[in-house]
Write a protein that binds this ligand. Structure first.
Ligand code: F6R
Length: 608
C-alpha cells in the first residue's frame, strides 16, 4: 500500500522525506517519488523500483527546500512506471499531489478536465486530482482543498503542495490512514507513525472527511463543513527500534522471536489479582453474551486463519455457533446478521479495506462489533463497539507471524471469558487453561532457541515445485496458515488439505518425492492422521510430521518429525504454527528471496 510523507519546517525536506519513506517500506511499493518547493519553483524526481533508486538519484542531484511531499506507490490504476509514480502535477508543474487509495469517480472528472483542455500524462486516477486543484486554485491552497474534497469520491489520503504557497501543504483523508506529527517549528504528515518517530512522538490521526492545513508553526484541522476540529495529540510510547530490525537479519525473524513477548504482553495486562481474565476494553456483559445466538468471525489472509482457530475455540468452550468468513466474500453474501449477532473482525493493521467494509455491513445490519487488532486508533478499532488490542508491537514483515499468535491469544481469552459467563466451563477447567495459556510464552521462547530442524526441512523442500500440508480438526487451520506462509515468501506452490479429504481427490497430486507436512497435535486424531500419512507414503511422498513431545506413533511413519511442546489440545495451534513460520522463513532465505518484502504483496491492503 502506498506510503506518504509530508514535511514543512526548517530541515532539509528531502532528507526527512526519504528517511520517512524508508520507515514505510514495509507497506509494499513499486515506485517512489518526491516534490520539494525550492527557490526555483517546484522540483521533483520519481522512479519505478526501490526507494534506493530515488535516494541514489537525489544523492547526486539534491533538491534543496524545506517544504515537500514524498510517496511510495503500490500500483492500482496503471502499471508501475516512472510516469505513473507519484507525485503527479498540473500542466504548468506548479503543484504536486501524492495519493494513497482510489478516486472512484476519476473517469468522470477526467472527462470533464479533458473537455477543458487538460492533457493527462499518466494512467493513474491520481492525476485528475492535480488538474482539479489547478482548475480551482486561486492562490488559496486550503480553499481549493475544500472544493476538491467536495468533488472527489473514493478512498484517499492526499497531500498537495504548491509553488506559490511555499510554506504550507494540505492533507485530505477519507478511508486511508494519515497521521500528523507535531514538532517544534516543523510539522509532518505520514501514512504511519514510524515515518515521523525520528522527529516527534506527538501524533494525532486524521479522521475521514478531515482536511489538515500544515505549516511550520502549526496544523489546523477542519471537518468537511469547514469547522475547525480540535485534535488532542497523544504520545507514542514505543520506540523506533521496536519498528526496526534490532539485530536480526530480517523483520520476519525478529517478529517470530518477538512472539513470546507479544503473547505475554497481550495476556498479562488482562489478568486480575485473582487470576481471572479481565477484558476491560470489552464492554460485553453476561446478558449481552447470552443474547447472541451466533457469532461471525470476519477477516482476510492470516487474520482469517486466526479466526478459523477462534471459531473452533469459541464453539468448544462457549458453545455458541460461529461462522468464519473471508471478508471480501462475506460482504457480498448477505450474511445472516442481526442484533443477536456478534461480529468479530480480525485485522493486524486495522485498515484492511475488505475487513472494514465487512464491519460496516455488519453494523448496518445491527450486529455488535468486536474487533481484534494490533493498531491503536486504526479505522477498524475506531469503528468497533469493542476492541481487543493485541499487544504484538508493530509488525513490519509482510508475512504475518506475531500478529497471528497474539490474535489466537485474543480468541482464547475472549472464549474463556464467554465460557465462564455462560457457565460452559467450570472454574478448575478455566484456571487450568488460563495457566497453560500464560505458559505458552515460555514454551515458545524455549522452542525458538533452536531452529536447526526447520532449517533442515527448508533445505529438503527449497527446490520442490509443490508441497502439501495436512491436518485434521483445528490442525487443519494451522496447516492452512503454514501453507500461506510458505507460498507468500518462498513462491513454492503450497496447499493444505484436511487429512480425511485426501481420498476424495487431492491424493492424485502425490507422486514420488512430493513433500508433505502433516500437522498432528490432537490426541484423539493422531491415529487417523497416521493412516493419512501412510496413504501418501504409499504414493511416494516424503513426509515431515509436526507432532507433540511424547508421541510414539508419528515417528514410526514419517521420514522426519519436528516436535512441539505438549499443551492442551485446544492450545496446540499456538505452538504448532511456529515450525511452519520458521520453515517458510528459511526456505525463502535459502532461495535468495526478499523475505520481508515478497513480490506482489503489500503489508496493508487498503483497497478492495
Ligand atoms: C499474510 C498476511 C496477510 C494479512 C491480510 C490481512 O502473512 O499478512 O494475509 O493477514 O492481508 O491483513 P490485516 O490483518 O492487516 O487485516
Amino acid at each position: 500500500m502506498c506510503g506518504i510523507v509530508g514535511y514543512v519546517g526548517k530541515r532539509n525536506a528531502q532528507e526527512v522525506i526519504i528517511s520517512g519513506l524508508e520507515k514505510l517500506e514495509y507497506r509494499g511499493y513499486d515506485s517512489a517519488g518526491i516534490a520539494v518547493i525550492t527557490e526555483n519553483g517546484l522540483e521533483s524526481a520519481k522512479f519505478k523500483g526501490r526507494l534506493s533508486v530515488l535516494a541514489d538519484y537525489l544523492a547526486e542531484h539534491p533538491i534543496k527546500g524545506t517544504t515537500g511531499i514524498g510517496h511510495t506507490r503500490w500500483a492500482t490504476h496503471g502499471v508501475p512506471s516512472d510516469e505513473n509514480a507519484h507525485p503527479h502535477f498540473n500542466t504548468a508543474k506548479t503543484l504536486a499531489v501524492i495519493h494513497n487509495g482510489i478516486i472512484e469517480n476519476y473517469q468522470e472528472i477526467k472527462a470533464m478536465l479533458i473537455e477543458k483542455g487538460y492533457v493527462f500524462r499518466s494512467q493513474t486516477d491520481t492525476e485528475c486530482v492535480a488538474h482539479l486543484f489547478d482548475l480551482y486554485y486561486d492562490g488559496d491552497l486550503l480553499k481549493t482543498a475544500f472544493k476538491v474534497n467536495s468533488i472527489i469520491r473514493g478512498t484517499y489520503a492526499l497531500l498537495i503542495c504548491h509553488r506559490d504557497s511555499p510554506d504550507e501543504f494540505v492533507a485530505l483523508r477519507n478511508e486511508a490512514p494519515l497521521v500528523i506529527g507535531y514538532g517544534e517549528g516543523e510539522n509532518f504528515v505520514a501514512s504511519d507513525i514510524p515515518a515521523v518517530l525520528e522527529y516527534t512522538r506527538q501524533v494525532a490521526f486524521l479522521e475521514n472527511g478531515e482536511i489538515a492545513h500544515v505549516t511550520a508553526d502549526g496544523v489546523t484541522v477542519y471537518n468537511s463543513k469547514g469547522d475547525t476540529v480540535k485534535k488532542e495529540p497523544f504520545t507514542v510510547e514505543w520506540t523506533l527500534e521496536a519498528a526496526t530490525k534490532g539485530g536480526y537479519d530480517h523483520f520476519m525473524l525478529k517478529e517470530i522471536h518477538e512472539q513470546p513477548q507479544g503473547i505475554r504482553d497481550t495476556i498479562n495486562t488482562r489478568i486480575d489479582a485473582n487470576g481471572y481474565i479481565k477484558l476491560d476494553d470489552i464492554k460485553l456483559t453476561k446478558a449481552d453474551i447470552e443474547k447472541f445466538d451466533k457469532i461471525y468471525v470476519v477477516a482476510c489472509g492470516t487474520a482469517y486463519h486466526a479466526g478459523c482457530v477462534g471459531k473452533y475455540v469459541i464453539e468448544k468452550l462457549a458453545k455458541i455457533p460461529v461462522m468464519c468468513d473471508i471478508a471480501s466474500e462475506y460482504r457480498y453474501s448477505d450474511p445472516f446478521v442481526d442484533d443477536k449477532t456478534l461480529v468479530i473482525v480480525v485485522s493486524q493493521s486495522g485498515e484492511t479495506a475488505d475487513t472494514l467494509a465487512a464491519l460496516r455491513e455488519s453494523k448496518r445490519k445491527g450486529a455488535r462489533i468486536l474487533s481484534i487488532t494490533n493498531v491503536v486508533g486504526s479505522s477498524i478499532a475506531r469503528e468497533s463497539d469493542d476492541v481487543f488490542y493485541t499487544w504484538a508491537g508493530p509488525e513490519v514483515a509482510v508475512a504475518s507471524t506475531k500478529a497471528y499468535t497474539t490474535q489466537l491469544v485474543a480468541f482464547y481469552m475472549i472464549a474463556l471469558n464467554m465460557a465462564l459467563a455462560k457457565g460452559t466451563i467450570d472454574e478448575a477447567g478455566y484456571f487450568e487453561l488460563v495457566s497453560q495459556l500464560k505458559n505458552t510464552a515460555d514454551l515458545l521462547e524455549e522452542m525458538l532457541k533452536d531452529d536447526s530442524e526447520e532449517k533442515e526441512v527448508a533445505s529438503l523442500i527449497k527446490d520442490k515445485s509443490a508441497l502439501f500440508y495436512l491436518g485434521r480438526s483445528v490442525d487443519m487451520q494451522t496447516a492452512k496458515e503454514m501453507a500461506l506462509k510458505l507460498k507468500e515468501i518462498s513462491y513454492i506452490y503450497a496447499e493444505s488439505f484436511a487429512g480425511g479429504e485426501l481420498k476424495h481427490g487431492p491424493i492424485a497430486l502425490i507422486e514420488p518425492g512430493t513433500p508433505v507436512i502433516a500437522v498432528s497435535t490432537q490426541t484423539a486424531l493422531v491415529e487417523k492422521m497416521v493412516s493419512n500419512i501412510q496413504e501418501v507414503k504409499r504414493r511416494g511422498a516424503f513426509v515431515i510430521g509436526i507432532g507433540c513431545e511424547g508421541d510414539t506413533l508419528l515417528k514410526g511413519v514419517c521420514d522426519k518429525v519436528i516436535y512441539v511442546p505438549k499443551v492442551d489440545d485446544l492450545l496446540a495451534p499456538l505452538v504448532s504454527v511456529v515450525p511452519g513460520q520458521l520453515i517458510a522463513y528459511h526456505t525463502s532465505l535459502m532461495k535468495g528471496y526478499d523475505v520481508d518484502k515478497p513480490r506482489n504483496l503489500a503489508k496493508s491492503v487498503t483497497v478492495e
